[in-house]
Design a protein around this ligand. Sequence first.
Ligand SMILES: [Zn+2]
Length: 310
Amino acid sequence: MTTLLFTHDSALSHVSPLGHPERVERLEAIKAALAAPGFAALARREAPLADEAEVLRCHAPEHLAAIKAARPTRGWSALDADTYMSPGSWEAALRAVGGAEAAVDAVLSGEAANAFVAMRPPGHHAERDRPMGFCLFGTVSIAAKYALDHHGLKRVAVLDFDVHHGNGTQDLLWDEAQAIFVSSQQIPLYPGSGHADETGAHGQIVNLPLRPGTGGAEMRAAWAPALARVAEFGPELILISAGFDAHRDDPLGGLNWTEADFAWITGAICDIAAETASGRVVSCLEGGYDLDALAASVAAHVKVLMERGQ
Ligand SMILES: [Zn+2]
């Protein structure tokens, strides 16, 4: 058993306007970090192009059509105040979905113990009918639905430790009794949702608001009981929305997590996966906007996945 890395150069062709924090250099920093000798054992795969119909597992046909129609032939098209498409964005977004689904296939077939999908644009802000917050498609939610509907799993978990609330994932999984969604986020912060009283149609959504300026101790105290609830739910697969913008050096977030905190939460999630899901974890990149902090945090995250995947 091993850890798989899914990525594709199309993620470098999703180009944002100058000065935009969600930029090509993020993926270049991650690629450089994972090229270090310590990651030689990481098995690497190209993220395949998802069929367009896969997007419809979570989104309205009108949403897919609108994103397709917004593809620019040059420059950018603005979908909202901070969400853009360049000519390469369509393929990149479809390969982000394809990579997440291929990662689900790989861990469910036993080809790999776990996987990290290093693609952009990110996905956890995209709602059923609208792109939002740098995100076009709800990648991790689509992968969760794929695991349930295509592979026939009965219970999956989606765990989101990005500093921003996964409002898109919450929207897409609100009615899904077979998916538990746990999200920690700084409040107040964009997008403004993610309060503890937002609990889903079946009480299967758990929001963990964190106060600005708090660090690893508060994060661990919030996540420990939530992870116990996940264990009780008994997921057969755990998906992670892995955002690294809760890092203390991140320019968009106001939390004080360190690489050690990302390693801790990764290990804690792998513990639950070992208990209920035969260790099966698929982690998808979300945010993280300080390049050095992002590279170091992804390295810490993937290192734990590799240790647990052996
Ligand atoms: Zn974020």
